[in-house]
Design a protein around this ligand. Structure first.
Ligand SMILES: [Zn+2]
Length: 200
């Protein structure tokens, strides 16, 4: 007659508990060692910062916003602007309004939040929508206005006149954004937070 002894079942329980207690630290150790995964990099010495933008309230300016982001992506290495997916946090929120364009001065950091008002007043005056988008995003990335200034400068904004459709930052503007999102001392600067209104 087979009868399971209380001692055997106790041993079985102890063995199972032992297996669990051994397995848990092993798994934790594996997770810890996998965390600092080395990044593949080419000529970029710092890890690129990804910032997401929300254009869901950008109305008729969605294409201009995408073009403005692409202009920045083509110009700098240390930061990349991508559309926020559903449920993703957006560092930059773009809202179409009837006033003058305005934006919070960055540099916005991942997990942070700044907004841009894509003001129709500037569009009615005849200013190029891609230049407006790239200019306001320049504020998000930490660039102040440089008015009055030439068309070659992105941050000269409306002072360059309505015929100016340049949406690319110049060498100095690029260098500043690379600094702000690079590995030097400027990379630690927090967002300024001031609201810059692009009215004449
Ligand atoms: Zn401005």
């Amino acid at each position: 007659m087979l009868r399971k002894s209380p001692l055997l079942s106790l041993l079985a329980t102890a063995a199972a508990a032992c297996l669990i207690s051994v397995a848990a630290p092993a798994a934790a150790g594996a997770a810890t060692s996998a965390a600092p995964r080395p990044q593949a990099s080419d000529d970029v010495s710092v890890q690129q910062t990804t910032l997401r933008y929300d254009d869901s309230r950008a109305g008729e300016f969605k294409d201009a916003v995408a073009a403005g982001a692409e202009s920045w992506n083509a110009a700098v290495d240390n930061v990349e602007l991508v559309p926020a997916g559903p449920g993703e946090h957006a560092e930059i929120t773009v809202i179409a309004t009837d006033g003058w364009p305005q934006a919070v001065l960055g540099p916005v950091r991942p997990g942070g939040s700044v907004w841009i008002e894509f003001g129709r007043q500037a569009v009615r005056e005849g200013h190029d929508t891609t230049r407006i988008a790239a200019h306001e995003m320049g504020h998000s990335l930490g660039l102040p206005d440089t008015k009055p200034g030439p068309c070659s400068q992105l941050m000269s904004g409306a002072s360059a006149g309505v015929d100016c459709d340049n949406a690319s930052p110049d060498a100095q503007e690029r260098a500043r954004v690379e600094q702000l999102y690079g590995s030097g001392s400027a990379s630690g600067l927090p967002a300024d937070g001031r609201v810059l209104v692009d009215a004449p």
